[in-house]
Design a binder for this molecule. Structure first.
Ligand code: KG4
Ligand code: ZN
Length: 349
């Protein structure tokens, strides 16, 4: 027996119904049911479809997680749930499920921040987080640089995207190239056969003037437009579109800016540990480029394995477990789902 807490985490902020179970920092189960196929033909997540899918998947996913972990719901010491940010209707399903469980089982409830959970999950793989660390969070909904002194209570945003999120840019460019949704993994795969210097796509918010106001912010909408124009011009001239070269050059533009700004922020903050999280952290070029450039300036890089980068319940359980370990007071049973929960609010309600 161990006295480390057994924590169950529920994630429903977007299109993945995730239920994870951890004991302390040990991952016992990570059950995920995705509704991604139901959204594919729309080229993006349809909130109503996602909410309904969460409702249908919740109980089977809970059962699967308990079975994998070999635990009964009654054994659980605390319930954690993503209370925001995310799609309001989707979040509501997870929050309602978590409240019901907490109430019925008489266990404490922790409503946690999705972005902080993307950071906390790395502890399951690489142990306690360095204090402080710089987190680059890149997903379908967010692109942020955060200074994390304590993932249970001290997260300071340094910069964020001013338009599209990095994953959104991958998804939109993939669509333009005729690749399926979600596009990130397809661009990643196509790019391996392409030339990353074939086309010189713009690096958003890196000019001297932009850096004055937006040193640690990102912008990907200009890049997306540049790719669209380039592809249109090709099509108009009747020449074939070199999909692999476009994918590789686009991916290089995104990764170049992400890594450049993350390392600049690390230097400015005097931080030697960079943690990359969120769905786009699964990108092979981002992982390689960050590793190379960080090593050159003496910064250590931590990136969870790809399955823990995309949305899952284990990340929520990991943050819940950190909350319990830090002795944070639980959330109240009238915890709201907050679609725009600020990243500074790591523990809600
Ligand atoms: O974190 P996540 O699962 O959900 C959100 O919180 O948004 O991130 C999903 C995003 C999608 O935009 C997807 O295209 C992107 O992560 N993604 C990738 C890769 N795998 C997933 N982007 C680039 N390369 C990948 N290998
Ligand atoms: Zn996410």
């Amino acid at each position: 027996m161990t006295d480390e807490p057994l924590v169950l985490g529920i994630e429903t902020s977007c299109d993945e119904t995730g239920v994870g179970i951890v004991r302390g920092r040990t991952l016992l189960a990570d059950a995920v049911a995705s509704s991604v196929d139901a959204h594919a033909r729309f080229g993006g997540v349809v909130p109503e479809v996602a909410s309904r899918a969460h409702l249908e998947a919740m109980v089977p996913t809970l059962d699967r997680a308990c079975e994998t972990a070999g635990v009964a719901l009654d054994d659980v010491d605390a319930i954690a749930v993503t209370s925001g940010p995310g799609l309001a209707g989707a979040l509501l399903v997870g929050v309602a499920a978590a409240k019901s469980l907490a109430f019925a089982l008489g266990k404490p409830l922790y409503g946690v921040n999705h972005l902080a959970a993307h950071v906390a999950v790395d502890q399951l793989e690489h142990g306690p987080l360095p204090d402080p660390c710089l987190a680059l969070l890149v997903s379908g909904g967010h692109s942020s640089l955060l200074r994390v002194a304590d993932v249970t209570g001290d997260v300071v945003p340094l910069g964020a995207t001013i338009d599209d999120a990095a994953g959104e840019a991958f998804d939109k460019v993939a669509r333009l190239l005729g690749l399926p949704f979600p596009g990130g993994p397809h661009i990643d795969r196509m790019a391996r056969e392409g030339d990353q210097v074939a086309i010189d796509f713009p690096r958003g918010l890196t000019s001297r003037r932009d850096l004055e106001r937006h040193r640690f912010d990102f912008s990907f909408s200009g890049l997306k437009t540049a790719v669209a124009r380039w592809v249109e011009a090709r099509e108009r001239s009747g020449e074939p579109v070199p999909v692999a070269d476009v994918a590789a050059s686009f991916q290089e533009a995104v990764c170049d800016v992400l890594v450049r700004k993350a390392l600049d922020a690390a230097a400015a903050e005097g931080i030697d540990d960079l943690l990359i999280g969120g769905g786009v952290a699964a990108n092979s070029r981002l992982r390689a480029l960050a590793g190379e450039r960080a090593a050159a300036v003496g910064v250590r890089v931590r990136v969870p394995r790809p399955g823990l980068c995309t949305d899952n319940g284990a990340m929520v359980a990991a943050l819940g477990s950190s909350m319990v370990a830090a002795g944070r007071p639980p959330s109240s049973l009238d915890l709201p789902a907050d679609s725009s929960l600020p990243v500074t609010e790591v523990l809600a309600g």
